[in-house]
Design a protein around this ligand. Structure first.
Ligand code: FES
Length: 126
């Protein structure tokens, strides 16, 4: 497995992140325990902090899924806000226009990485 370094966090090999699949990575976000959702949409790797704009809940808090029934949008499992996967913007009446926090990802020959200064490895957790 590829190793984390000071600049980036390992997510997975590219072939484990097929279209419409996601990985939840537990990590520190701005020094707070949090998680990041990394997924592939229209061939592109995208990531957001796993925190709904409506209430301080994770998108997968009620169900182990982050997409709506079309597979084309993100959906919070708590009260059902639908988010545009590329802009992270709420398309629902609730919190319309508010955005998930984007996290920078990188894909190279080894696979997929989180490369964002705000996101750090959670050390000493288990
Ligand atoms: S907490 Fe996500 S829709 Fe309410």
């Amino acid at each position: 497995m590829a190793m984390n370094d000071s600049k980036r966090l390992w997510v997975c090999p590219s072939d484990q992140l097929a279209e419409g699949k996601y990985k939840r990575i537990d990590a520190l976000y701005a020094d707070e325990p949090s998680s990041v959702l990394v997924f592939r949409h229209q061939g592109q790797c995208l990531a957001y902090r796993n925190l709904c704009v409506h209430m301080p809940r994770t998108l997968d808090c009620e169900k182990d899924m982050i997409f709506d029934e079309t597979g084309q949008n993100l959906r919070c499992s708590m009260h059902g806000i639908i988010y545009h996967p590329i802009t992270g913007e709420s398309l629902s009446t609730m919190c319309n226009g508010e955005k998930l926090t984007p996290v920078t990802v990188q894909e190279d020959a080894e696979g997929v990485w989180i490369r964002d200064k705000r996101v750090k490895e959670m050390v000493g957790e288990n």
